[in-house]
Design a protein around this ligand. Structure first.
Ligand SMILES: NC(=O)c1ccc[n+]([C@@H]2O[C@H](COP(=O)([O-])OP(=O)(O)OC[C@H]3O[C@@H](n4cnc5c(N)ncnc54)[C@H](O)[C@@H]3O)[C@@H](O)[C@H]2O)c1
Length: 352
């Protein structure tokens, strides 16, 4: 096999950047998409030959090896179980599931079926963050003691993510899971250096939210993680940040520090009176001075992330820790402990 044939479940925001990334990879071919709406538009945009209103019919095809799961969080569990049962390898968008039990069942189902489960944490492949790791690995900042990371913007576009039931929570599980996943990838040494203490603080959802009173999940979340080897991390996710998606990482070592900006650090400065089509994810407008992303999907890591999964399928290799079901599950466990910490007003201890 020199090419992986792919079916995508879902047809909107995430499905679009999966299509974009696969289209840049000569070893990947998207042959079908299954979803409840937007099928005509996505198949036309990306030249996808077959569409299915019932994604299960797509899963029944023998010529598809890899399934991209790009549906709302609460459906990850169902789609992964259906795909594993039919012997497909699976790349599942974040968060792995809306709760720990579903995440465990998904991992068990993939193990039983002998298929690979990739947890789609794109930050593991963001070029800037890969460079950060290579600089740190060289010893440039000495021993790392503290990491600070966030994903914030002005609010989700997806109706499913506004609802705590279909999302699994609010911006903590939906946005802060990126910094959590990346910090595990960076600090855990392949899952060995566990998170042993967690503090979380979120606002309450609904009327308790700062801005998004119609969201039943929280619109502001922060947390602190402590690792067994002693490092601390501060993570943040919120929907109260206007001006475009703001993804940043800071790493503090005993002899230096590194700061990375995944979204705002464009090499372009544009001044426009009439505005133009698009600058950056979750910006309101393109008037006046703006800094449009040069290649947003590339910068966020999707292109390399999906290429990595395709290579693992072709070489029959398991994913590294950061992109594994185990890492996705650890993220869920940490998020769950952060919600508990916020509810109970105390530090939660464990081993994740
Ligand atoms: N890695 C990232 O940076 C990133 C960014 C955005 C979204 N995501 C993840 O991708 C997933 C999808 O998010 P989105 O923003 O594309 O959502 P969206 O609301 O834009 O799209 C939801 C999609 O799910 C499909 N769908 C809904 N119910 C379905 C069903 N029963 N059967 C088949 N398809 C169904 C819809 O047709 C639609 O295509 C979420 O899990 C989200 O967390 C990840």
């Amino acid at each position: 096999m020199d090419k992986v044939r792919i079916g995508i479940v879902g047809s909107k925001f995430a499905a679009d950047f999966h299509c974009d990334s696969y289209s840049r990879n000569e070893k990947a071919e998207v042959v079908a998409v299954g979803a409840i709406d937007n099928l005509e538009a996505i198949s036309r945009k990306w030249n996808i030959p077959d569409t299915y209103e019932d994604y299960r019919q797509m899963l029944d095809r023998d010529d598809i090896q890899l399934i991209s799961v790009c549906v709302p969080n609460f459906l990850h569990h169902e789609v992964v179980l259906e795909a594993a049962r039919r012997g497909k390898h699976i790349l599942c968008e974040k968060p792995l599931a809306t709760n720990i039990q579903d995440g465990e069942a998904m991992i068990a189902a993939c193990e039983k079926a002998g298929v690979k489960l990739f947890y789609a944490e794109d930050w593991c492949f963001a070029p800037a963050l890969r460079r950060v790791i290579s600089i740190v690995d060289e010893g440039a900042v000495g021993d790392v003691v503290y990491v600070k990371a966030k994903e914030t913007h002005c609010g989700t576009h997806s109706p499913f993510a506004k609802n705590a039931k279909t999302c699994g929570g609010g911006c903590l599980i939906h946005l802060a899971i990126h910094p959590i996943g990346w910090i595990l990838h960076f600090l855990s040494g392949g899952g060995k250096n566990k998170v042993v203490e967690v503090i979380g603080k979120v606002n309450g959802g609904g009327a308790d939210n700062y801005v998004h009173k119609d969201n039943t999940g929280e619109d502001w979340a922060v947390g602190i993680l402590k690792f067994a080897d002693g490092q601390h991390a501060f993570v943040e996710g919120n929907y109260v940040t206007v001006g475009g998606m703001d993804d940043k990482v800071e790493i503090y070592g005993k002899e230096g520090l590194v700061k990375a900006d995944l979204t705002m650090g464009s090499s372009l400065d544009v001044y426009s009176r009439p505005g133009y089509a698009y600058a950056l994810e979750k910006t309101d407008n393109t008037l006046g001075w703006t800094r449009p992303a040069v290649d947003e999907f590339y910068n966020l890591g999707y292109v390399h992330e999906l290429a990595y999964a395709v290579d693992c399928v072709l070489k029959n290799e398991p994913p590294m820790y950061g992109l594994s079901g185990a890492a996705g599950l650890a993220c869920l466990q940490i998020v769950d402990a952060m919600y508990r910490s916020s509810r109970e007003g105390k530090t939660i201890q464990g081993e994740w």
